[in-house]
Design a protein around this ligand. Structure first.
Ligand SMILES: Cc1cc2nc3c(=O)[nH]c(=O)nc-3n(C[C@H](O)[C@H](O)[C@H](O)COP(=O)(O)OP(=O)(O)OC[C@H]3O[C@@H](n4cnc5c(N)ncnc54)[C@H](O)[C@@H]3O)c2cc1C
Length: 380
């Protein structure tokens, strides 16, 4: 049990208007919007990690809104309206991210996106090939380009890929520097007077109708008028009733490679694998589909099963005949569920949540933060 000093209590924890749990993209964007709209409100963000410890500081930094096979896969379980309104949200979210923080500050590069098809994917490619016109037509009013996807098999050799029969380009995608983006966002939020407290792990909360109390793992109790839970993949720990499963995503990054031919963001196997250049390095991740159950965990960690497969694909398909070294490997935790949509709702009189970014939080996180903040502001 930790005892606060009078000063700590007075400065940090008295008269709080809104507590936000989670300092990822969603939590910080919600804090940003609340302060932009109502500068006098006291907003405190509580974060368990030394850094944001879920996905926002650990992702791959694709500014993407869906590859052809991913959209066709989604159309099997969601209506056309649902799929394209989500694409619209991803697109709008990316525009908001860029205008809020500035392209330079987030290292935005409009290098385009690509989907690779290996010889085993011939049926999947045929599906995409025949549906490309349909997808382009529905994307056109969102993206503002007549042809978003185009077949560019002629570029396969330019990039140096092996075991790749087809390549489809997405001209409207880009990439960001995740670290710069989060640092800029945090700076912007703290400049507006939001308190972001790290190493603060919330274990429970209680909404008595007048106020909300949150309890930390070391016995601190703080109260506020409103509480927003923005813990994405960890949502079930505080909100066990919600359909949000943790989904670990593992990645690796190479050391800089001389004469690297790869430039852009690339996906294959319906989005389950993804790689991009980070300057002269290659960042490669995915493989959750090798064992969904094993990757349904709150634990940051790596497995041989996934890392061996990443190594194999990197060596044989992505960087064949290239000498490279792996620099680092890491993982992050995302929030997934049956539906590919954020759970944004009022949980009780003063408590709200915005969780389950579905592995798309770079794209939709800024918008989700604004929507969550609007919900909180309307209740104040
Ligand atoms: C490897 C990887 C690659 C990805 N690539 C992309 C991509 O290219 N493009 C894209 O759009 N998206 C990508 N994503 C997904 C994206 O990063 C997430 O959807 C997004 O970061 C989610 O943001 P968030 O704020 O909702 O959650 P998070 O960033 O996970 O933030 C939630 C925070 O809550 C904190 N927390 C949890 N429980 C508690 C508690 N009890 N008390 C206090 N704090 C708590 C956590 O520590 C965490 O920092 C990727 C994710 C990963 C892991």
């Amino acid at each position: 049990m930790k005892n606060l000093s009078h000063w700590e209590k007075e400065i940090y924890f008295e008269n709080i208007d809104c507590i936000i749990i989670g300092s990822g993209i969603v939590g910080l964007n919600a804090a940003l919007y609340i302060k932009q709209k109502e500068p006098k409100l006291k907003v405190v963000v509580l974060e368990r990690g030394m850094f944001p410890d879920g996905a926002s500081n650990r992702n791959a930094g694709f500014a993407c809104f869906g590859s052809p096979s991913e959209l066709l896969e989604d159309l099997k379980t969601h209506t056309e309206e649902e799929v394209f309104s989500l694409v619209d949200k991803r697109w709008e979210g990316l525009q908001l991210l860029r205008s809020n923080l500035g392209d330079k500050n987030i290292g935005y590069e409009p290098f385009g996106g690509y989907e690779l098809f290996n010889p085993m994917d011939e049926a999947l490619y045929e599906d995409c090939y025949y549906q490309l016109g349909y997808l382009n037509k529905l994307l056109s009013p969102i993206v503002g380009a007549f042809t978003t996807y185009k077949i560019v098999d002629n570029k396969i050799n330019k990039f140096g890929f092996k075991h790749t029969n087809h390549l489809i380009e997405n001209v409207a995608e880009g990439q960001i520097n995740t670290g710069k983006m989060m640092q800029t966002l945090l700076n912007k939020v703290t400049k507006l007077g939001v308190l972001v407290l790290n190493n603060f792990s919330v274990i429970s909360y209680d909404d008595d109708g007048d106020k909300v109390e949150v309890h930390s793992d070391d016995g601190i109790v703080i109260s506020a008028k409103k509480l927003l839970i923005a813990t994405d993949g960890f949502a079930k720990q505080l909100l066990p009733e919600l359909d949000v499963q943790p989904a670990r995503a593992q990645v690796l990054i190479t050391k800089p490679i001389a004469n690297l031919k790869i430039k852009g963001g690339f996906h294959f196997d319906r989005g389950f694998y993804y790689f991009r250049n980070v300057g002269k390095r290659v960042l490669f991740g995915g493989g959750r589909n090798l064992n969904f159950k094993e990757e349904e965990t709150f634990e940051l960690g790596l497995t041989d099963r996934v890392q061996d497969q990443l190594d194999l694909l990197l060596r044989e398909t992505i960087l064949p005949n290239t000498s490279y070294e792996i620099d680092m490997r890491w993982s992050g935790i995302m929030g997934m569920g049956e539906k590919k949509s954020v759970i944004m709702k009022t949980l009780s009189t003063n408590t709200f949540c915005a969780v389950r970014s579905g592995g798309m939080g770079v794209a939709i996180g800024s918008l989700t933060g604004v929507d969550a903040a609007t919900m909180v502001l309307q209740s104040l």
